[in-house]
Design a protein around this ligand. Sequence first.
Ligand code: PHE
Length: 343
Amino acid sequence: MNELVNKFDHIRQEAVAALSEARDQAAVEALKVHYLGRKGVIPGLFREMGGLPPQQRPQVGQTANQCKNQVQAAVDEALARVTSGGGGGGDAAAELDVTMPGRRRRIGLKHPVSQVMDDAIDIFRRMGFVAADGPDLETEYHNFDALNTPADHPSRDVQDTFYLPDGRLLRTQTSPVQVRVMENRPPPLRIVCPGRCYRRDTPDATHAMNFHQIEGLYVDRHVSLADLKATMTLFAHELLGPRVRVRFRPHFFPFTEPSLEYDFSCIMCGGDGCRICKNSGWLEISGAGMVDPAVFHAVGYDSEQWTGYAFGMGVERIAMIRYAIGDIRLLYENDMRFLRQFN
Ligand code: PHE
């Protein structure tokens, strides 16, 4: 190791130590002149570098610059220390009251909506579903046309959907991800797509303009409604416990035939009726059904060969059941006193 390198290292340590102990501005200034001044120690060492063989210069030069920069930084730090603190002498130990109670550090936690979403994806993954993703900003084609939604369907109305000036929209459901996945992958497939949805609803205890859904899609040969019912029931048991019952009611969606809505029995009252389920004993989760052949045609699947089921799930609804939350708006007020309960 070059002798000059050792000298630079030694001076650097010595200067930094001396500066950290300097008590007032005059002492810091004196050290600054001693080490960094024009006739100081460090410029002196720089001059010695002139006599080095050229191949050693880069390495020594690096150490030299580090030394100079660190000592300069130590000077700045020492100056800041002795000039602040209202003349308290910079003695931190004297100002520290070790008998004060410590400050509790808050650790972040997963939002209840994220907890439900992650747990749900995990349950479906164990049943062979893979997660898929699509954009929040959708085309009318993916959100409506390809999903067999007639041009005059009320859900397309500007009263219900947020449109952009360029004709795109904020997706009103996660169902367009079904279309995007099928456009790009041949059957069979089994996917779940979690994501945000947007609707021009008037916010109340069970409606928000921005909420989350998990979409499911299973396409294969001979898929039946019985498969859908079994999957949803198993899912409910895994997520909310074996006592939950699942109820299916006939409904209509343009992109499924037959279509149904499904409810979970209220786990708060066990189905007897309470505030959370508005005395009905049931909580509506979302819609489902067998994929309409028109959707298969739109993505180029042969509807004679392939059948499938699809379902949507309101994530906030499930979170409300799981954690007995009476008003969806509580989930988005970001009040830590509320959120901290779901650790
Ligand atoms: N997309 C429908 C909704 O938001 C739910 C749904 C999904 C229905 C899949 C059928 C199949 O209401």
